[in-house]
Design a binder for this molecule. Structure first.
Ligand SMILES: Nc1ncnc2c1ncn2[C@@H]1O[C@H](COP(=O)(O)OP(=O)(O)OP(=O)(O)O)[C@@H](O)[C@H]1O
Length: 293
């Protein structure tokens, strides 16, 4: 039983095709990393999954009573509205101060619980957002570019932290990154999105190979990071539309059937249909009418 199953999802906004026939599953305890260039549709896909964006065809199925913890791309801090980290976390799900302290401790920033939100660093902000996503003990963590604006060592530390949270809670993790080559090494499945899923697979074991070590040395890449080698069978035009690169004289659009799918479809019990609104998504996700898997 999948935590999340996305099948044949297509989205158009103002007649522009943003997502085309996107299909993948996330299982419990699995880490799936979604990569893709700017404008590829990564955030739009997350919005569809969260029920915040209507889509035209396909479906998003969530396991019954699935609890999602969502970490947005950025924290928008209103400079004229003083608020502490603790007050900010209290704006989310109903929690006690101790629970908020525990969440901050888990992400390594308990010392800033009573600091003004405006005064904490970018890296600390990311950790506060991660703590907020964990507050309702989610079954599925959705992280939109958690390492954005964090240096490479900070990125590795954050990935280690996310992995240890997954190990501890057994939750699934769906993580977005715009880094096309460097991904979290604990990733079970990389999905490369450019409006459609261009390719998918595991991060490389290349950093363990003798050839790699002879060139870069053993300590070149932090163990939390890994390379992802793309294996596209097509090219894109400037609009991101797909072109068949196998025929040099006549570039043809490729069909969705040619794209590698990430895993087999499995039945789930809660379905968000193409007309899902934010309200209905929440209801369906939390509603008593849905049974557990
Ligand atoms: N509400 C909207 N109205 C019009 N266009 C939109 C809307 N939302 C998204 N788009 C367009 O959809 C495309 C995909 O945007 P999206 O933010 O999903 O991409 P992304 O892969 O997350 O990009 P980035 O890595 O830059 O954050 C972009 O061209 C964007 O302009």
């Amino acid at each position: 039983m999948s935590l999340l199953s996305v099948s044949g999802l297509s989205l158009k906004i103002q007649k522009r095709s943003i997502l085309q026939d996107v299909t993948f599953d996330i299982e419990s305890g699995q880490i799936v990393t979604l990569i893709g260039p700017n404008g590829a549709g990564k955030s739009s896909l997350i919005r569809c999954i969260l029920g915040l964006q209507k889509y035209q065809t396909g479906r998003v199925q969530l396991a019954s009573n699935l609890k999602i913890g969502y970490m947005p791309q950025k924290m928008h801090v209103e400079q004229s509205l003083p608020i502490t980290v603790d007050r900010f976390l209290a704006l989310g799900p109903k929690t006690t101060k101790v629970q908020r302290e525990q969440a901050l401790t888990r992400v390594g920033v308990a010392n800033i619980q009573h600091s003004p939100l405006q005064t904490i660093s970018g890296g600390e902000q990311q950790r506060v957002l991660l703590a907020r996503a964990m507050l309702n003990q989610p079954d599925l963590l959705i992280l939109d570019e958690p390492a954005q604006g964090v240096d490479i060592n900070g990125q590795a530390e954050l990935y280690d932290l996310i992995k240890s949270i997954r190990d501890e809670y057994g939750c699934g993790v769906f993580m977005v990154s715009h880094d096309l080559h460097l991904v979290m090494s604990a990733t079970d499945q990389v999905l490369c999105l450019n409006h459609h899923i261009c390719c998918s697979g595991h991060p490389d074991e290349v950093t363990k190979s003798d050839e790699y070590i002879s060139i870069f040395g053993e300590q070149r890449l932090h163990p939390a990071l890994a390379h992802y080698t793309h294996h596209h069978d097509h090219k894109h035009d400037l609009h991101g539309d797909c072109l068949n690169s196998n025929t040099s004289d006549s570039l043809q659009p490729i069909t969705n059937e040619q794209q590698p799918l990430t895993s087999e479809q499995q039945p789930a019990t809660t379905e968000l249909n193409a007309d899902a609104s934010p309200a209905s998504a929440t209801q369906q996700n939390n509603g008593d009418q849905h049974r557990h898997a």
